[in-house]
Each structure stands twice: as C-alpha cells, then as structure tokens.
Design a protein around this ligand. Structure first.
Ligand code: SUD
Ligand code: ADP
Length: 295
C-alpha cells in the first residue's frame, strides 16, 4: 500500500474540564471527559521515493516545520529507524483544514494523531496504540486521546485515559472568531486550580439521572477565557439561552447539546451572522479505526 487518502481528523469537545492541581514542572493536572464529534479535517498521505516528510498544502500561520503533522511523522520515522536500522520512505501529506485553530477542538492534535495512525500502517511500523500514544504526548497533551479513539475520562495532563459512555446527541458549536492561546489561560493568576477530584461514576450517573441537556461539572478555564476574550463570554451568553452552553478546552469554541438534529438546526439558523456556527453529532469511535481495519 502506497497511499491513504480521505483520512478524517475529528474534533473533540471537553464535556467538562476541571483543574485539580499542578505538577512540579508547572503543568496543570486535569480531569475531563473528551468526546469526539463528526466534524473533521481531512488528510491524504502518499509514500515518496525519498525520505522526506513534505506537507503539500498551505496552512495559514503554521510553517510546515512547526506543523504537528510533520513533527509527528518525523518522530515516528525516527522511531522506525531506531527499531529497523533504516529510515522508511518519506511521505507527502495534504491537509484540508476546516477546524479552527486555537478553538479548543484539538484540531492540530487530531491531525497529528491521524498522521501517526496512517503512517504506522503505511510503513508497517508495528507500534501498538499505547506506543503511539507515548510517542505523541510530548507534542501535545490531546494527542493520546485521539489515538485512544473513544469517549474518555482523562486525568493527569490528559494522558491517563479510561473509556466512558458519553451522550448520543447533537451539538451546536459556535466559533466566536478569536484564537485563544492555551498558555495565556493556564498562566492567569486568577485561574482556579483546586477543584475537588471526581470519580468516573460521578460523571456517568449524572448523565443517567439528568439526561443530555445538563452537563456535568464545569470548565474551570472558562472564567479566565471569558475575561481575556470577551467574544467567548458573548457566545456563552447567547448559546446559554438555548441550553447548558459551555466552552471546550482552553477555548474559544462554545457548545451546547441537543437531543435532536432538528433542534440543533433551529439553533444554528438563529446564530448571529458575526459568528460561524455548525452542528455535529457525537462519535463514540474514531473513524480511522474502521478505515484502517478495512484496508
Ligand atoms: C486545554 C486542553 C484540554 O484538552 O486542550 P486545548 O484547549 O488545547 O484543546 C489541553 O490540555 C491543552 O494541552 P496542550 O495541547 O498540550 O497545550 P499546549 O498548547 O501545548 O500548552 C501550552 C502551555 O499551556 C500550559 N499547560 C498546558 C496543559 C496543561 N495541562 N497544563 C499547562 O499548564 C503549559 O505552560 C504549556 O506549555
Ligand atoms: N496541523 C495543525 N493544525 C492546527 N494547528 C496547528 C497544527 N500544527 C500546529 N499547530 C499549532 O497549534 C496551535 C493550536 O491549534 P489547535 O490544536 O487546532 O487548537 P486547540 O489546541 O485550541 O484545540 C495552533 O495555533 C497552531 O499554531
């Protein structure tokens, strides 16, 4: 096999996100539930006759050498060389980006995870899911989740993952039109860093009792993001008129769950024209898993 085309890199939502402490190196310890949704960037991979990793499409504001896709492929290429004593062939990678950057949807991390899954197959590198997760973690804390590939209760900085049943619902997602830099949120003096720990059944039972519309817990990063980026606060306020609206990740995107596609369509149609908004369905499994099984 020399090519893998039309590989999806789906977005994630953090259904809640609690900051429960801090590591000695300053990184924050989190608890969160990560949920995949069916809106995705699309990547295409072709083996080359040399050993170069080449991104063949432009991504505004992201030079190829800094792109998480390129960095992830180079890491896996080096790991392959360590194991097999020779470099595998290079790869041309094309990316169709539709997920906003700095949106809290994990687009860059998802692109990198999809690249690792595709290249592991194209090169027949043979890394296990856990080995790919370990390889990806230093590039971004969300990468292990996308490789894990199912709704997950996450701890640590997001690398300790357990499967959990998530809601089967439609989301309306608003892009407030700002890119939120993650470091600005985590370094804010007024960030709450001591939320009490929860256990996985606190989350699961809250869904069973209260249905899909009231989310569990909160996003501890949201108050800081709303203060620093007023469009986030405006989007939360607007979407909050239709349900339990909250921010995903470190922002800026804001989401709200609905039980039917019709309700989601109705709300999307009402969103003020200054914001981009779309609906997405919850995904219980990463689509790359089926795609790779069928190759
Ligand atoms: C907040 C989350 C939740 O899913 O997602 P996004 O909003 O990025 O999607 C992630 O944990 C984002 O993790 P990650 O993707 O590694 O963040 P980066 O942009 O690399 O981190 C930038 C900086 O934020 C701080 N940081 C990040 C993660 C963390 N758990 N504690 C931190 O203190 C560190 O100073 C780090 O250098
Ligand atoms: N392939 C990529 N797609 C998006 N962003 C990337 C990519 N590679 C590197 N980045 C960098 O990662 C940053 C965070 O992007 P992204 O993961 O999409 O947002 P978030 O972490 O808020 O969910 C971007 O601002 C960009 O500088």
């Amino acid at each position: 096999m020399r090519s893998l085309h039309d590989c999806p890199a789906p977005a994630k939502l953090n259904l809640f996100l609690h900051v429960v402490g801090r590591r000695a190196d300053g990184y924050h310890l989190l608890q969160s539930v990560f949920q995949l949704v069916d809106r995705a960037d699309t990547l295409h991979f072709d083996l080359r006759d040399d050993e170069l990793i080449v991104r063949t499409t432009e991504v505004p504001g992201v030079p190829a050498d800094q792109d998480l896709i390129v960095r992830a492929l180079r890491l896996l290429q080096a790991e392959y060389a360590r194991r097999h004593g020779r470099l595998p062939p290079g790869i041309d990678v094309a990316v169709e980006k539709i997920l906003p950057m700095g949106g809290g949807l994990g687009g860059g991390s998802s692109d990198a995870a999809t690249a690792l899954m595709a290249a592991n197959r194209l090169w027949q590198a043979g890394l296990s899911q856990q080995e790919l997760m370990d390889l990806g973690l230093p590039l971004g804390a969300d990468i292990p989740f996308f490789l894990f590939g199912e709704t997950a209760f996450a701890e640590g900085v997001g690398e300790r993952l357990l499967p959990v049943r998530g809601p089967d619902c439609w989301y309306v997602i608003i892009e407030p039109g700002v890119a939120v830099p993650t470091p600005a949120i985590f370094s804010a003096p007024d960030l709450t860093r001591d939320t009490g720990r929860v256990i996985i059944s606190d989350f699961s039972s809250s869904y069973e009792v209260s249905g899909k519309h009231r989310g569990f817990g909160k996003n501890d990063l949201q108050d800081v993001a709303e203060r620093l980026f007023p469009p986030v606060a405006q989007a939360v306020e607007w979407l909050g008129r239709h349900g339990d609206a909250r921010m995903t990740g470190s922002g800026a995107c804001v989401f709200c769950a609905f039980s039917s596609e019709r309700e989601a369509d109705q709300v999307v149609a009402l969103v003020p024209g200054t914001w981009r908004a779309w609906k997405a369905h919850s995904l219980s499994r990463h689509p790359m898993k089926s795609l790779l099984q069928n190759q």
